[in-house]
Design a protein around this ligand. Structure first.
Ligand SMILES: Nc1ncnc2c1ncn2[C@@H]1O[C@H](COP(=O)(O)OP(=O)(O)OP(=O)(O)O)[C@@H](O)[C@H]1O
Length: 278
């Protein structure tokens, strides 16, 4: 359904040339949940932005249902780490915003906004303003807004990275359920190994400099999945082994020589944000 074909990206700036992606190819089926996992700077966001049509590939193409992606479109909705909500609109106003731009009639807009606010368990807060909401609630409003647009593909760039771990865990459970109910194709960028294994049908582990696909790992755990399950912890530790090499590569470039991944148990733990902020 979604095909990334030999996509490369080069950025030229005053500081020189960066090549975050080199000949990346990916075939994603309708309804699949894909997590892009990799150390900082390996090109995850660049790849997501190219799929979204926010960036142009230097080489290669992206096809959605055999149609070449030429720019942004309502068939691919993006959600970022920051909710991007409008502070001058209330929750309903924010959720309805995209539909209003798309010319959806008022009654239909309201019905849909309420339906999706219920799905993220926030209908009680429909009249609240954004400053009255916690970070987790804001991301749920952003998710409801994204869902109203009825896109087949939802692109999520570390949407829960800025949240505390309990809120993050609630939203991960909610997203699993919403994905199951809506059958959307989701591409989700994360640093977090456990998050990737919890959510994904396939975890795409990327390597850095230049960004390439190192491994495409099918996660065959039954759903709904729980972070604390023994099976999930085992699979996460296997995925961690694949990622470890990449994180070491990035760290050896950016850390002092006395740094060691085995000693640094925080980075080596599967529930850590592997390589985040390196
Ligand atoms: N607009 C840009 N101009 C120049 N270089 C860029 C630009 N955007 C990204 N890069 C570089 O491309 C590389 C990949 O960046 P990207 O944000 O895609 O990585 P990432 O894997 O998503 O990283 P992180 O996990 O830290 O968000 C980085 O080295 C980054 O500095």
């Amino acid at each position: 359904m979604l095909k990334v074909e030999n996509v490369s990206k080069v950025f030229n700036s005053k500081r020189g040339t960066a090549k975050p992606l080199e000949k990346v190819s990916l075939d994603i089926k309708r309804g699949e949940f894909i997590c892009l996992l990799g150390p900082s700077g390996c090109g995850k966001s660049t790849l997501l932005n190219i799929i979204a049509g926010l960036e142009k590939a230097s080489e290669g193409e992206v096809y959605l249902r055999d149609k070449r992606v030429e720019g942004t479109g309502v068939d691919r909705v993006v959600m970022f780490q920051e909710s991007g909500l409008f502070p001058w609109l209330n929750v309903m106003g924010n959720v309805e915003f995209g539909m209003k731009i798309a010319g959806v009639p008022k009654e239909e807009r309201e019905e849909k906004a309420l339906r999706y606010l219920k799905m993220v368990h926030l209908s009680k807060f429909k009249d609240a303003y954004i400053h009255e909401l916690s970070g987790g609630m804001r991301q749920r409003v952003a998710l409801a807004r994204a869902l109203t647009l009825d896109s087949d593909v939802l692109l999520m760039d570390e949407p829960f990275a800025a949240l505390d771990s309990q809120t993050k865990s609630l939203l991960q459970q909610e997203l699993q359920k919403i994905w199951w109910e809506t059958k959307k194709t989701i591409i989700f960028v994360t640093h977090n190994v456990e998050e990737a294994v919890l959510l994904a049908d396939r975890v795409i582990v990327m390597s850095a400099n230049p960004g390439k696909i190192k491994r495409d790992i099918k996660i065959e755990l039954s759903r709904p999945r729980k972070l604390e399950s023994v099976d999930l912890t085992y699979v996460a530790s296997e995925v961690m082994k694949v990622l470890k090499e990449e994180v070491e590569k990035v760290a050896s470039r950016e850390f002092d020589n006395d740094w060691n991944i085995e000693k640094d148990s925080i980075l080596y733990s599967p529930d850590s944000d592997m390589g985040a902020g390196l």
